[in-house]
Design a binder for this molecule. Sequence first.
Ligand code: NAD
Length: 365
Amino acid sequence: MVTEVINTNELHKMDPVFGQMSFDNHEQIVFCHDKDTGLKAIIGIHNTVLGPALGGTRMWNYTSEWEALNDVLRLSRGMTYKSAVTGLNLGGGKAVIIGDAKTQKTPELMLKFGEFVDSLGGKYITAEDVGMATSDMDLVRTVTPHVTGISEAKGGAGNPSPITAYGVFMGMKAAAKYKFGSDLLEDKVVYVQGIGNVGEALVENLSNEGAQVYISDINQARLEEVRDKYGVKIYTGNNIYAEKMDIYAPCALGATVNDTTIKQFNTSIIAGAANNQLAEEQKHGQMLREKGIVYAPDFLINAGGIINVYAELENYDRKEIIRKTEHIYNTTLEILKKAEADDITTHQAAFNVAQARIDARKNEK
Ligand code: NAD
């Protein structure tokens, strides 16, 4: 498995594509360029054994093309395992557009990008990610049918964040069942780090259940808004990782579970929405295990968003979206038990389930 910590300054020393540290048997990498609109994008198709490669488009001001390539390789691979472990008939893909979404995103650039997506004939299906809005996907929809995450007004499934949060809540409850013997989160001390779209919806679920919720964010106005709305407490200390809590829910950045924080953690469970929480999958998964901290794998419990957009392809309704998202509870519990039985990390157990699904389908073909 690929480690997540990569020194981007070193990337240029590797072979451009197949020698990249994050290259992991990706099927196809498509470089898209258009002089007139200034579009520079990379579409990464990691694996299409289970179905078309679905994953969002991220627009980011990368410091180098190497960094963008590394990101798309890593993210597209992540989508393969997220969809596979969730039981969806989707492969893994992702796209990155190099540039500042606030100043360089134009309708012409998005339409050109849509044409490149269309040229792949459905092998890659896009959606929104960082730097993209539903309105961008609506625009892309005018030049290709291979796009999800479009607005409800245009027949899409709408904002995925509340569903993602609900899935995280389900995964958290399963982890509580496993660790404490009950999935009731009443009175459990939960720290939610990052109260953006997903974090806020998670806070709502948690406070409805009577958990003692502490919130942290770099945006003070947002903290006050969420505190007032749900009656939760703002964390005012200076090191969230060392606080005594029952559950740590990272909902902001990746890689917050690392050498430094694991030494400090005073929590029983880690369950949150952020992608790539473990700075190094194997090493830090193992360190958590040794410390007796139950880690609900991020790519398993944050799959609500992909379940939501999958509805657009399969034409299922809201009820089915909720049912599939609630199923994250069962899958998480199974995986936590399987990790214990097989004496491996929970991350590895989830990865193995996903890989087994892909291998089985490959053998059927
Ligand atoms: P968002 O941008 O709406 O919210 C992120 C929040 O984190 C913001 O309020 C921001 O101020 C805060 N933040 C940033 N740095 C911080 C720090 N150092 N400490 C504390 N707070 C900090 O993003 P989102 O859509 O809520 O997604 C949250 C995470 O979940 C991301 O990692 C995202 O990749 C992942 N995720 C989201 C979805 C989805 O459906 N939106 C699906 C899967 C995974």
